[in-house]
Design a protein around this ligand. Structure first.
Ligand code: ADP
Ligand code: MG
Length: 416
């Protein structure tokens, strides 16, 4: 790391006394027209043919017809409140908009070790967030800059929880009616991204935010990419999706993959919501494949015709056939629930259920019906530095079926 990158920004150090509330807006270069007004100015000699034609193609509208290019606002427009988390690509802060008082999240993009200009991951993240605006995708507000070139922040709506932290803090798992609501929201967000040609490629519980009003927001588009774009000679990168949520075709070295990789991750998330812990907690890729084979039974030429053609398939010795263990693992899930889970965790990516299809699955219309988001309990937000209340850590009520949370003060929305 260079010296300059170690230097902390003034925004980091001293939020009370920002040097300047906002840098003066960059002066737009305006064409001067001194030719007639100023006697000293002599117009440059121009060949007569040039003056008759515009300096640009007829097909490109003149500059004045483009949307205006505005400079990014300064990070000093925000007051830093607390650091939420340092993730793999950036640091996330909670902050307050000094103008509106809105509480937001600022993700500082890690640029300081970048040798080749602005990193593609950061560009993809901003672009994907702007392309995929949706009720269940975290809202991007703007991109702001700090004092140095390494300080670029994405400003997002602040969301109280991420599902990973919430699942570890909750005394008992979500109710089926709640899981249905969360899964329906997740599927509509993923379906929306896919219909806009965006693959998320890192769906997992720590990248799913949830507010205190029962709404999920898909976040962290740092690995997202457009899937309609041509694929380079080396194929698409296999270094995507956090191991536990990685689809078998990626594990087996497929050169191209598509929306189905996200659907596999959605299946892992569905299972995690039910189990209250990640489904495949493997230490490495081989162990992960072994765990998948154990749960689903090994792939066959019937269940996954393309399997044997995958680059790494020959290096794997398949276990002897054994029945899938879905039923034992998910004893309390209805037949429709098991069917949806199995459709998501389907080996063959071509047969894996799509987000659009999954939204129509009977699981969502059978009893218990999805719970209205307004009826979700609210939890103290670790990201906002809220302390656990005594009630939260007390033993859970005996009868889960009674929707006990409705009877506690968690149901009083904290923010509205
Ligand atoms: N808009 C937000 N509101 C609240 N917390 C957030 C927000 N965005 C991210 N976080 C928190 O920061 C963590 C890391 O952010 P993320 O975008 O996933 O970065 P990374 O690419 O480093 O994983 C998330 O897991 C979540 O806990
Ligand atoms: Mg993340």
């Amino acid at each position: 790391m260079s010296d300059s990158s170690r230097k902390r920004s003034k925004w980091d150090e001293d939020e009370d006394e920002p040097p300047a509330a906002q840098p003066p807006p960059l002066k737009r270069r305006t064409k001067q027209k001194p030719a007639q007004d100023s006697p000293s100015a002599t117009p440059p000699p121009q060949p007569s043919s040039v003056s008759r034609h515009p300096p640009h193609s007829h097909y490109v509208p003149p500059r004045t017809h483009h949307p205006p290019i505005l400079p990014s606002r300064s990070v000093y427009c925000y007051e830093r409140l607390n650091q939420i988390e340092e993730g793999s690509y950036g640091v996330v802060f909670r902050a307050r908009d000094k103008q509106t008082g809105d509480i937001v999240a600022l993700k500082k993009l890690k640029l300081d070790e970048e040798k080749n200009g602005f990193p593609i991951t950061a560009l993809r993240e901003v672009n994907a967030l702007m392309t995929c605006r949706h009720e269940n995708v975290v809202g991007i507000r703007e991109v702001v800059v700090g004092d140095t070139l390494t300080q670029v922040f994405v400003v997002m709506d602040f969301i109280e929880h991420d599902l990973k932290s919430l699942l570890t803090l909750m005394p008992s798992p979500f109710l089926q009616s709640e899981i249905k609501t969360l899964m329906h929201q997740l599927l509509s967000a993923v379906g929306h991204c896919h219909s806009n040609w965006i693959l998320h490629r890192d769906l997992k519980t720590s990248n799913l935010l949830m507010n205190n009003r029962g709404t999920i927001k898909v976040a962290d588009f740092g690995l997202a990419r457009r899937y309609g774009d041509p694929v380079g000679v080396g194929g698409m990168t296999q270094l995507v999706v956090t191991l536990w949520y990685r689809a078998p075709e990626i594990l087996l070295g497929a050169a191209t993959y598509s929306t189905a990789v996200d659907m596999w991750s959605v299946g892992c998330i569905f299972a995690e919501l039910i189990l209250k812990e990640p489904l495949f907690q493997a230490k490495g890729e081989i162990e992960l494949l072994a765990m998948i084979f154990k749960l689903l039974g090994a792939p066959t030429s019937n269940s996954w015709p393309e399997y044997s053609k995958l680059p790494l398939a020959k290096t794997i010795s398949l276990p002897s056939p054994q029945p899938p263990q879905f039923r034992q693992k998910f004893q309390y899930l209805t037949a429709a629930g098991i069917d949806l889970l199995m459709s998501l965790l389907t080996y063959d990516p071509d047969r894996r259920i799509t987000a659009e299809e999954a939204l129509q699955h009977p699981y969502f219309t059978e009893s218990p019906l999805p719970k209205h988001p307004d009826l979700f309990g609210s939890f103290p937000s670790a990201a906002a530095g809220e302390k656990k209340r005594a009630l939260f850590s007390s033993p859970s009520a005996p009868a889960r079926a009674a929707d006990y949370k409705l009877l506690t003060d968690f149901d009083v929305p904290e923010f509205n």
